[in-house]
Design a protein. Sequence first.
Length: 445
Amino acid sequence: MNKFSRIGFIFAAAGSAVGLGNIWKFPYITGEYGGGAFVLVYLLCIVFIGLVVFIAESYLGQASEANVSSTFIKMSKTKNPNWKYAGFMVFAGLFILAFYSVVLGWILNYIIVSFGNLPNSAQAAGNSFNTLISEKIGLQILLHSIVALITIFIVLKGVKDGIEKINLILMPLLGVIMFGLLAYALTLDSFSKSIEFMFRADWSKIDENALLAALGQAFFTLSLGIGTIMTYSASLPQKNNFVKSSLYVAIVDTTIAIVAGLIIFSFLFAAGAKSSAGPGLVFISLPVIFEQWGTLGNIIAVAFFSALLFAGITSAVSMIEPVLMLFIERFNMTRKKAVAICGSIFYIFGIIALLSMSSSYKESLTFFGKNAFDWMDFLTSSISMPIAAIITCIFLGFFVDKEKIKNKFTQHVPVAIFNIWYVLVKYIVPLAVTILLLNKLGIIK
Ligand code: VAL
C-alpha cells in the first residue's frame, strides 16, 4: 500500500476534519445557542471526547494497517471474526457524503453567483436560496453531479496521488483565503463584538440540547465514527507519532472553526444582521452583506465560497475512502469497481436528499416529519457517529490487549499520558456519550 508522508498525513487528516462542519455548521450552531458558553462546551467536547476518540482511531489504524473491518478483527485479543460488523460504520460516511455533496453543489452555485449581482435585501437573498433548493431541481442535480465527479476523479487516483496531492494543494489555499478574510474582518469595528459574542459565556442558553449539539459537532468536525481517521492512519508510516499528529489535526480543525466564526460574526454584526439565522446563515445573511461592499464584496464572496468548496472537497474524498478500502481489501475489488459502486450509492442518495427539499417531491420524501435530507444528517451525525465512537472505545478498553496498546503509546508519549487517555477511552467517554445519546433519543431524562 502507498503510504502517506508524515506531513501528507497531517494535511489529509486536517483536510478531512476541516470542512463544511467548520465554516458552515459551527458558526450557525454557535449562533443558535447564543455564542460564548456554547463555544466553551464545544471546546471541552473536543479535548475530552473528540481528541480521545481521534487518538483511538489513529492508534487502531496505524497499528493494524488495514481497512476498518479487518482492523477490528486483527486487533481484538481473540481475533473474533464477528468484529467485522464494526466495519459497518464506514457506510455512514457515504450517507453523509450524499447530502454533503448537495450542499457543496449550492456552494458552487454561490461561487458563480458571486461574480455577478448579489441580492440586495435579506428578502431577496432568502428568496433566491429558497428557489434554489425548492424549485431548481435540474440545476442542483447538475451541481451535485459536478461535485460527485470531482470527488470520484480524486479518489480514483488513490491515497498518495489523489488524496495526498489534492490536500497539499487545497489546504494551503484554504489557509491563505481564511487568513485574508480574517485580516479584513480585523479592520471592521464589529470584530470586537464578534470576539465578545464568541467568548463571553451566557450560561442560560446551555441546556441538554446544547450539550448534544456540541458533542455531535465535535464528532462531525473531527470526522469521527465513519472510519476516516482509522483508514487514513492505516497509511501513516509506523515510525510516526500518531498522538502528536492527532493533536495537530485537532488544533488546526479547532482554529479554523473559531476563525470562521470570528469572520462570519464580524461580517454579520457589521451589517447589524442576526446571528441566529440557522443553516441559511452563510447562504442568506452573508451574500446581502457582501452586496453592500460593492466590488470588494464580490471578491470577498468569491474567496469565501471558494474556501468553503476547498474545505468541503478534501472532506468529501475522506468520506468515501474508508468504504473503498473495505471493498478493495475484503472483497478483492479493483479501485475502479469500488469507486463505481460507492460513487453510485452516494450520488443516488444525494439526488434523493435534494428532491426531498423540492416543492414537488417534498411530501413523498418526508417521513415522520423529517425530510430525507434531514434524516440522512440525523441518522449519521446524531446516531451512527456516536454509536461508532462508543463501540471503538469499548473495543479498545475491553477487547484489545492493554499491554500492546501501552507499548505503542509509550514509544511516543510518557506513560502518564497513556494512563489518562486509557481511563478516558475505557470508561468516561463511552459512558458520557451513551448518556447523551439515550437522552437525545428520549430514553432517559
Ligand atoms: N469533518 C468534516 C466536516 O467537518 C466532514 C468529513 C464531516 O465537514
